[in-house]
Design a protein around this ligand. Structure first.
Ligand SMILES: Nc1ncnc2c1ncn2[C@@H]1O[C@H](COP(=O)(O)OP(=O)(O)OP(=O)(O)O)[C@@H](O)[C@H]1O
Length: 408
């Protein structure tokens, strides 16, 4: 048999398990849908500018898909009623300055611009953006994903919603739906940005087991053949995921993987045993893939966090992470990074969902400081490190390595 064929096929519509698939219904997110839609009701009714919305919550909680569903409906409704409204979705995942973000926005609003512009001043770039937006005119809604990447370089988030009242545009009404995974993000914003961005704030709490179960049942009905998923599989997948991250993405992937394993094994039914295997596969594959994507210095930094976590010393301040990192870098024989570059590197680990770093206010005495911790299960991470050659010596005996640090 070909490498690509399987004996059975438990799927009716496998595409419905892919990340980009937008479901017709969003079980368990009706209140959030309603809350976001509310911001546009006054616009539809009376032509008043839409309120800006800031959506926050951890990864996999349906923030993006909920915003997309609202915007799609809004777009369709406005077309039907002949209301001049455009929406632009811009992911700020790979940008971290205002300059890069404006460049990214230009690639969305100027069809002729395919690459982010370089060599202009930020002022010129801003002017070009507002000129173009004014040409487009009407109501313009920016859906900005991962706005936390802008950090404190947040002027854009103030300029866009205030563009009309500040006289930068006259023909268009701009508003923002922003999404942030970083729950501390609000604290980092300047007061004026916070004011304009947080007109309507919608927080997405992690799904619990019951909520995940209802999301998964819905998805199973579309994606799998009738009766192809054993009783108990959905409940188990929901329970495991709720205990771990509460992420719908993780739960859906788990079911997909279990279905794939069932097909490879020639079973017409996805069983709890398939789910069990899927869980093992996914956890390890996920972490190993991410680790392999990292530079050796990023890996060393992550290992430093793992050691701190194994001692119960997380969340840890940057200087503590740095001192542990130096020991790890020494042990694996790599050139050390400077303490200054550590914070950026920690932010990078954040984007891989391996670690998270939050800024904290330092109070009267000191300046702001940062706290970092792992975002993945410690044991799974250490198992993942077993597949990364340079770390053999440390992974074999993390406890000893960790104790040496407290002695030195
Ligand atoms: N309530 C829900 N009903 C159906 N599917 C859902 C629901 N919530 C999330 N999903 C699905 O889970 C996956 C992740 O959702 P989404 O990308 O919207 O999460 P997110 O909170 O934006 O995550 P991230 O911050 O990592 O981008 C998608 O496949 C989405 O369709």
């Amino acid at each position: 048999m070909s490498l690509f064929e399987t004996d059975t096929n438990v799927f009716e519509n496998e595409r419905a398990l892919m990340e980009e698939w937008v479901p017709d219904r969003l079980p368990e997110r009706e209140p959030e849908l309603e809350e976001i839609a509310k911001s546009f009701r006054t616009t539809i009714r009376s032509g008043i500018e839409p309120k800006n919305v800031l959506i926050s919550g951890k990864t996999g909680q349906g923030k993006t898909v909920t915003a997309r569903v609202v915007l799609k409906e809004l777009h369709n409704y406005c077309q039907e009623k002949d209301i001049d409204l455009r929406t632009f979705e811009v992911s700020l995942k790979d940008v971290n300055t205002a300059y890069q973000s404006v460049g990214k926005i230009l690639t969305e609003i100027e069809p002729e611009t395919t690459e982010r512009p370089k060599g202009l001043s930020l002022t010129d770039l801003n002017e070009r953006m507002f000129r173009r937006l004014d040409e487009i005119g009407g109501y313009i809604v920016f859906f900005l994903d991962e706005i936390d990447n802008l950090g404190s370089d947040d002027d854009l988030l103030y300029q866009l919603p205030r563009a009309r009242s500040n006289g930068k545009i006259t023909n268009a009404h701009l508003s923002i739906i922003g999404i942030s995974n970083d729950l501390q993000f609000k604290q980092d914003l300047s007061a004026k940005t916070k004011d304009s961005l947080y007109e309507n704030e919608v927080h997405f709490d992690p799904y619990d087991a019951d909520e995940l179960r209802s999301i998964l049942y819905d998805r199973v009905e579309t994606a799998f053949k009738p009766g192809a998923v054993d009783d108990g599989v959905v409940g188990l997948a929901a329970a495991w995921t709720a205990k771990d991250t509460g992420s719908a993405r993780q739960a859906i992937r788990l079911l997909h993987e279990a279905g794939d394993i069932a097909c490879v094994e020639g079973s017409d039914i996805v069983t709890e045993a398939h789910l069990d295997n899927a869980r093992d596969e996914l956890e390890e594959v996920n972490i190993v893939n991410k680790l392999k994507d990292l530079t050796i210095n990023d890996q060393a930094l992550l290992m430093a966090l793992a050691i701190l976590e194994s001692r119960g010393d997380t969340p840890a301040r940057t200087k503590e992470v740095y001192s542990e990192y130096k020991r790890v870098a020494d042990a694996i024989g790599t050139n050390q990074l400077t303490s200054r570059s550590i914070r950026d590197k920690l932010t990078n680990l954040d984007t891989y969902n391996l670690a998270m770093t939050h800024k904290r206010k330092g109070g009267v005495q000191g300046g702001d400081y940062y706290l970092s911790e792992l975002r993945v299960n410690l044991d799974s991470l250490l198992e993942g490190f077993e597949h990364v050659e340079d770390f053999d010596g440390i992974v074999q005996d993390v406890d000893t390595f960790s104790r040496q640090s407290t002695l030195s």
